[in-house]
Ligand binder design. Structure first.
Ligand SMILES: [Zn+2]
Length: 268
């Protein structure tokens, strides 16, 4: 696993990206508000991009466009936050390899990583929201199948699920506590989305072997905000007002997670 490769380019990309959009560059987040603790740096990762469209929905919407719209909206909502600094892995329709996304999060010193996705299924009946953190095995065969589909975006060879390296990474994550924090982040995100979208079904917090999560060294989750292939949910997802509700729920979840992390850091 070539973790070091490409980092200089990524750091440059981070500076360009944050510079262009007016968000704080790494280490230059400005003076913290008086009395406040260090802001939590959160990397939002709009899934797919460029030639990699992701799922294509009933309304003709491409997953890559929806994830980008959500990421940009969440960043906008949190732009004035005293608790959170948001950095996006991409701000336009470009392709990023899965391993580049977490390498980017490492390069900017992220405290948390959220990869944004929409679901798809061969069954037109499948619908609902689910949030994942890493597991060597999925919570169920459906979770395994979803991870396989999302992992197809990887160009750089990534270790397979049965690879001893994966087991080693997972045991490292468990040891340094990010597994527990990841499951906490997943729970906050899932609860917030379900609260904001009472008509949506909760498919709960689950585990799966997502390639994009395997190399994350910080709390990391994949959020699947709904099924683009469901006749109703797919059309709802295409609506700006519905996207806005999702983005607000994600922003509020990120702020809750930041507050909880700050409280944990301060201790009792
Ligand atoms: Zn996806």
């Amino acid at each position: 696993m070539a973790r070091g490769s490409g980092i200089p380019t990524l750091v440059l990309a981070a500076v360009l990206l944050t510079g262009t959009l007016g968000w704080a560059a790494p280490g230059e987040s400005g003076p913290p508000a008086s009395g406040s603790v260090r802001r939590l740096k959160v990397v939002l990762d709009p899934g797919h991009g460029g030639h990699n469209t992701g799922a294509i929905g009933v309304a003709g919407i491409h997953e890559k466009h929806l994830t980008l719209a959500l990421g940009l909206r969440v960043a906008q909502l949190l732009a004035g936050s005293r608790e959170v600094d948001v950095v996006l892995t991409r701000t336009d329709d470009r392709y990023l390899d899965l391993s580049e996304r977490t390498a980017f999060a490492d390069a900017v010193g992220a405290d948390a990583f959220l990869s944004l996705h929409c679901n798809a299924s061969e069954s037109a009946e499948a619908h609902g929201i689910e949030t994942f953190f890493l597991g060597v095995r999925g919570s169920d065969p459906e979770a395994d199948a979803l991870a396989l589909r999302e992992n197809e975006s990887a160009v750089t060879p990534l270790p397979a699920a049965g690879d001893p390296m994966v087991a080693a990474i997972v045991s490292d994550l468990r040891r340094n506590g990010t597994m527990v924090e990841s499951s906490g982040l997943a729970a906050v995100v899932q609860e917030s989305l379900i609260r904001a979208l009472p008509d949506a079904v909760s498919r709960r917090v689950r585990q799966a072997n997502f390639a994009v999560l395997r190399q994350a060294s910080m709390p990391a989750v994949v959020v699947e905000v709904g099924f683009l292939t469901h006749p109703q949910e797919g059309r709802m997802l295409a609506r700006e007002a519905y996207q806005d509700r999702i983005a607000r729920a994600l922003a509020s979840a990120i702020e809750s997670f930041a507050r909880r992390t700050a409280a944990d850091r301060e201790g009792p």
